[in-house]
Design a protein around this ligand. Structure first.
Ligand SMILES: [Zn+2]
Length: 101
């Protein structure tokens, strides 16, 4: 049977986006410290490295997304990526998540 989402109650349709700020969602000082440590350890994009390319990392990624139960502040769950690879991985994570649903 195809999945049909229930319509939202009217009162929720036009509510402004009131999600917590980035900071409140956990991108706090501990995260900043850990992020800096990862880049310090591995200044190059890991996915590019695996393809034999040396590209400076732009950001630190959660290997297993937090949304999927990944550990937020675990060094083992973090990898440095360049923007391009991060975009690819995010798209892939989304695809996987949709596939499961
Ligand atoms: Zn890369």
């Amino acid at each position: 049977m195809p999945y049909a989402p229930k319509p939202l109650p009217r009162s929720r349709l036009h509510r402004p986006d009131n999600r917590p700020t980035r900071q409140k969602r956990g991108y706090d000082r501990d995260w900043e410290k850990l992020r800096a440590a990862v880049i310090d350890d591995e200044p190059l994009c890991r996915m590019c490295m695996n393809r034999g390319r040396h590209v400076a990392a732009d950001l630190v990624d959660h290997i297993q997304p937090i949304e999927d139960g990944g550990e937020r502040l675990s060094r083992e769950n973090l990898q440095p990526l360049c923007r391009k690879c991060h975009g690819e991985k995010t798209a892939e994570d989304l695809r996987k998540r949709r596939g499961k649903a």
